[in-house]
Design a protein around this ligand. Structure first.
Ligand SMILES: C[S@@+](CC[C@H](N)C(=O)[O-])C[C@H]1O[C@@H](n2cnc3c(N)ncnc32)[C@H](O)[C@@H]1O
Length: 242
């Protein structure tokens, strides 16, 4: 579902952001969890896992925007996309680079509250979550927190798309069973440093995570309720050269 929006995007925009990403990694290697941004090949493999009718998408750990860009290219409207990024410098970069997209500075664990505070659609209205988080290096408690938050805002058919550099699913079988989740492998992106595997998590048919209702106190149209219009990406005011 590539749209005319793709034509408006620079050919290879993420390459110039590698240096900035690396600098953030030097400051906080465990938080960033990767030396360089993901490749376009991995980004494509990630967005290929979106359910066919996906409209409302959340991205966790946007980094420099490799997946953000791929999601927009895939036809997700800017106003239907929300990106959550914890690192303040990367949050600012994303905000400048994708002015039409809702970019939130915050913790993925707080996703339900973050969406509610942005009046971002009805509860459980998210079709898919694309995660760039370094889930493998997180504790089980943090993984649990993130997955509970993620599935609390997703529709019953929603899926959580995650990549990993590890040899297996970054979420253990025990935690999957505890949360009532099923997993399938989406594929391997060999053209990535290092090669990465994509996993897709869904509610298990027999015992899924129960919906958590997030109170929405304001009646408001949301990022997720507006008409689809393409907003061009703008270049950020990066002071240092890549
Ligand atoms: C491995 S990088 C991936 C960046 C980008 N998606 C990519 O693939 O190139 C992980 C990103 O997640 C962000 N991050 C880490 N923990 C987070 C959290 N709890 N909530 C939101 N973002 C987080 C980091 O700041 C970093 O930008």
């Amino acid at each position: 579902m590539t749209t005319h929006f793709e034509a408006q995007l620079p050919a290879c925009p993420h390459s110039g952001f590698g240096w900035m990403f690396f600098r953030q990694w030097l400051r906080n290697p465990f938080g960033i969890a990767a030396l360089s941004p993901s490749s376009r090949h991995l980004a494509r493999l990630m967005v290929n896992q979106l359910p066919a009718s996906s409209r409302r998408v959340v991205e966790l750990g946007g980094g420099t925007g490799v997946f953000t860009r791929a999601l927009l290219q895939e036809g997700i409207a800017p106003q239907d996309l929300l990106v959550v990024e914890l690192n303040p410098a990367l949050h600012d970069l994303l905000s400048h680079r994708f002015p039409g997209v809702g970019v939130i500075h915050g913790d993925a664990c707080e996703l339900a509250a973050l969406l509610a505070s942005r009046h971002a659609g009805a509860p459980q209205s998210v079709d898919a979550i694309v995660s760039g988080l370094g889930l493998l290096s997180m504790s089980r408690a943090t993984q649990r927190c993130i997955l509970l938050a993620a599935f609390s805002v997703m529709s019953p058919e929603g899926c959580f798309i995650q990549f990993t550099y590890g040899p297996a699913s970054p979420v253990s079988r025990e935690l999957l069973a505890e949360l009532g989740l099923a997993v399938r492998r989406g594929g391997i992106a060999w053209v990535n440093v290092p090669p990465a595997t994509v996993y897709v998590y869904t509610r298990s048919r027999t015992r899924g995570i129960r919906a958590v209702r997030v109170p929405v106190t304001h009646r408001a149209p949301s990022y997720f309720a507006r008409r689809r219009t393409a907003v061009p990406e703008s270049r950020p005011p990066v002071s240092s050269s890549p």
